[in-house]
Design a protein around this ligand. Structure first.
Ligand code: PA5
Length: 336
C-alpha cells in the first residue's frame, strides 16, 4: 500500500502519457448528461470529476453507486463504468442497464468481466495497469475520465493543471513518505491525532466535500476504523447542534477540516466561526488542513494525498496491514 500511495504522481504521469484514449466510438455532440457508475475506490474518480467539472462542463455529471441507473439515462447519456477489478457486481449490473438503454458507454478497468463485455459490445475501453488495490489507483482511475471529456470537448484543456498537480505531489511526498520522521511528517502527525479517536472529516461543497468523503473511506478500508465525513455549509445547519453531548463522547472525536482557497468566501467565514467560536467550548480535537498548490486539481489531489498517507500510517499505529480488506472479500463470497 505504501508503495502505491508513494507512486501517485507517477500514476498521473502514466495516465497522461501511456494510456490510450480513443473517442471514435462515441458522439460527444449528442451527450446531454454524464453518469459515472462505480463503487468504493473506483467511484472516487467520478466524485472528483463531478466536483472539478461542476463549473466547466456544459452538461451535468452524476455519480451512481447502485445496481441500476436513473430513469433519465438514455441515448444522449454518456455512461462511464469504472471498476478497477472489472468484477464488481453492482457496476456490471449498471453497465448492463446502460447498454439496455442505448447509452454511449466507456469502461475504465484493469480487466475482468467488464473489460471483456465492453470489448465485445464495441464500447470504448480504457485499460489501466492492474495489480493494485482499487483505492490505491486513484490517478489511473481519475485522469482517463478527465482526458476523455477533454478530448470530447466537454472539458477545457487541463494540461497545465495536471502538470502543477504532479509537481505538487512530487514535492509533498518528500515530506510525507515513510522514511520521513514524525516531527517533519504531517501525515504521521495527523495519524497520531486520530489514534484512538473517531475521525470526523469536514470538507465544503465544491472541491473538498469529495475529498473529505475519500478520507473517510480510506480510513475505513486502510486503517480499519469507523470514520465520518460531512461538509460546509450543510453541516452548519445540523451537525454543529450535536456537539453538546456528554464529555466522554465528545472527547473521542477528532475533527479534520480540509480547506481550500477556492471555497466560497462565505463558506470560509463559516469554517472560521465554527472552528473558533462555535466549537470553542467542546472537548473534541480540531485540526485544519489547507490544500497545497494553486489550481483546483492540484488542491484536490494534495488533500487526497495527505489523507491516503494518514490512513496507512493510522493502520500501522493500530498494528494493522492497510492492504487487505477481508470483510469486503467475505461479504462478496457470501453474496456469490
Ligand atoms: O478500494 C477498494 O478496495 C474497494 O473500495 C473497491 O474499490 C470496491 O470493492 C469495488 O471494487 P472495484 O473497484 O474493483 O470495482
Amino acid at each position: 500500500m505504501f508503495g502505491a500511495i508513494y507512486r501517485l504522481p507517477e500514476q498521473i504521469e502514466e495516465a497522461v502519457s501511456k494510456m490510450e484514449y480513443s473517442i471514435a466510438q462515441f458522439k460527444a455532440s449528442l451527450v446531454r448528461t454524464i453518469v459515472i457508475t462505480g463503487l468504493g475506490g473506483s467511484a472516487v474518480g467520478g466524485d472528483m470529476l463531478r466536483s472539478y467539472a461542476a463549473d466547466k462542463c456544459p452538461v451535468p455529471i452524476f455519480v451512481n453507486r447502485g445496481y441500476t441507473l436513473p430513469s433519465y439515462v438514455g441515448k444522449d447519456t454518456l455512461v462511464i463504468a469504472v471498476s478497477y477489478s472489472g468484477n464488481t457486481e453492482e457496476t456490471l449490473s449498471a453497465y448492463a442497464d446502460a447498454k439496455r438503454r442505448g447509452a454511449q458507454v466507456v469502461a475504465v478497468t484493469s480487466g475482468g468481466i467488464l473489460k471483456k463485455q465492453a470489448w465485445a459490445d464495441g464500447y470504448v475501453v480504457v485499460t489501466v495497469p492492474g495489480g493494485l488495490q482499487p483505492r490505491a489507483a486513484a490517478g489511473y482511475l481519475f485522469i482517463p475520465q478527465m482526458l476523455l471529456l477533454q478530448k470530447a470537448g466537454l472539458l477545457p484543456d487541463c494540461g497545465e493543471e495536471i502538470t502543477e498537480t504532479v509537481r505538487v505531489l512530487y514535492e509533498m511526498r518528500l515530506r510525507l513518505a515513510p522514511q520521513v520522521k514524525s516531527e517533519h511528517n504531517l501525515a504521521k502527525r495527523i495519524a497520531s491525532r486520530l489514534f484512538g479517536k473517531i475521525p470526523l472529516i469536514h470538507g465544503a461543497t465544491g472541491l473538498t466535500e469529495t475529498i473529505a468523503y475519500r478520507w473517510k473511506t480510506q480510513l475505513n478500508e486502510n486503517a480499519q476504523t469507523v470514520a465520518f465525513a460531512h461538509s460546509y455549509p450543510e453541516l452548519n445547519h445540523n451537525e454543529i447542534v450535536g456537539f453538546d453531548v456528554p464529555l466522554e463522547l465528545i472527547e473521542k472525536i477528532e475533527i479534520i477540516t480540509l480547506t481550500s482557497n477556492h471555497n466560497h468566501p462565505r463558506v470560509q467565514k463559516r469554517i472560521e466561526i465554527t472552528m473558533g467560536e462555535v466549537l470553542a467550548n467542546t472537548a473534541c480535537g480540531r485540526y485544519e488542513l489547507p490544500a497545497q498548490g494553486a489550481s483546483e486539481l492540484a488542491q484536490m489531489f494534495s488533500l487526497l494525498y495527505v489523507g491516503d498517507y494518514v490512513s496507512a500510517y493510522l493502520a500501522v499505529l493500530y498494528g494493522l496491514d492497510p492492504t487487505p480488506v477481508d470483510k469486503i472479500v467475505q461479504l462478496k463470497n457470501r453474496l456469490a
